[in-house]
Design a protein around this ligand. Structure first.
Ligand code: FES
Length: 335
């Protein structure tokens, strides 16, 4: 056995015994090809009874495996945080204790000392290092294939369980949901109680939250109907191309704020402005003003619902909204 692998020489000059004394001071000892024997004392494990330790480690890995499986099942079944914490804790505890015990009791003991050599290694020295490194690791790992498999199984189960949030928590893709509301061509405007809104129902300057009959209470369909105070407005044109959208002073806008989606529920009659209570965005309404955002963080006007009044005097939608309602999103405008 080469001296430089012998624990007994640790702390010496690094040149390994008496041979170093023959060399002039300041020279370094050339690297040697190392013959490694797995019977060398420093390759022996620290445990007095390795088999018993192996069993103990296997038990800890099994506990870790069961813990991770329990965590996966608890997560899938939507159990409380208590169970998620307990099972994940048990999983990591078993895995951690097993790995630490493996390193402490079953890996070669060392210490390993080598001769100090030139900082720039020769090809022979590199080869010697590789031989040493691979043979040590190989011996330590190959001897315990069963533990390795258990470690791989525990790690594999944890990896799968860690992917659960992607499969379960994100839910289905929204697809075209953000582009659609419950409004259709000729939808009646109805109240939360389902009553159709007649042109005589609202006082001038009044507002009312309305829905399409098929989606009463719908978060995306909620619409604010406004009857402007000034009767002289007649048909109100808020923007070019919207000549017929506001009959007899009635205007309807999506109630979903274009900033963060709060309901725009406050109407300032004296100023013809809608106010979002969440972050104080203000939307100006009236002739030439299609609920454009004049103050606050809202980036866009509220979408306008085109209206008409039928022969019986009921307010109805000419068509659905012509753009997505609410805040912006990734795919908006992609089509
Ligand atoms: S959600 Fe309306 S201003 Fe922020």
């Amino acid at each position: 056995m080469p001296d430089h692998l012998n624990p007994a020489t640790e702390g010496s000059s690094g040149a390994g015994g008496e041979a170093s004394e023959d060399r002039p001071k300041g020279t370094v000892m050339p690297a040697e090809m190392i013959e490694v024997s797995i019977d060398a004392p420093q390759f022996q494990v620290a445990a007095a009874n390795p088999e018993r330790v192996e069993h103990g480690i296997a038990v800890m890995f099994m506990i870790g495996l069961l813990g991770f499986m329990g965590f996966g099942a608890s997560y899938w079944q939507n159990y409380s945080n208590f169970w998620l914490g307990i099972t994940l804790g048990v999983g990591f505890f078993g895995l951690g204790v097993g790995m630490v015990a493996w390193g402490k009791y079953l890996m070669p003991r060392g210490p390993f000392s080598e001769a100090r050599h030139s900082a720039a290694p020769t090809p022979e020295e590199q080869q010697a290092f590789l031989t040493d490194f691979t043979s040590r690791g190989k011996v330590a790992i190959e001897r315990r294939g069963f533990l390795l498999k258990l470690l791989g199984a525990a790690g594999g189960v944890f990896t799968i369980v860690a992917a659960f949030p992607l499969l379960r928590s994100l839910g289905p893709l929204p697809q075209k949901l953000f582009y659609r509301t419950g409004w259709k061509k000729h939808s009646y405007l109805v109240t939360f109680e389902g009553r159709r809104v007649h042109e005589d129902d609202l006082v001038k300057g009044g507002v009312l939250t309305v829905f399409p009959p098929d989606d009463i209470g719908g978060a995306l369909s909620q619409t604010i109907l406004i009857r402007l105070e000034d009767a002289s407005y007649g048909d109100v044109v808020t923007a070019p191309g919207r000549k017929t959208w506001g009959p007899k002073g009635y205007l309807a806008f999506s109630k979903v704020c274009t900033h963060a989606g709060c309901p725009v529920a406050l109407w300032q009659k004296a100023l013809d402005e809608l106010l979002c209570p969440c972050h104080q965005s203000i939307f100006k309404v009236g002739p030439g003003h299609p609920a454009d955002a004049v103050f606050g963080p809202a980036p866009r006007p509220l979408p306008q619902l085109p209206l008409y009044i039928d022969k019986q005097g009921y307010l109805r939608a000419q068509a659905p909204y012509n753009e997505p309602v609410g805040p912006g999103f990734w795919e908006r405008g992609a089509d």
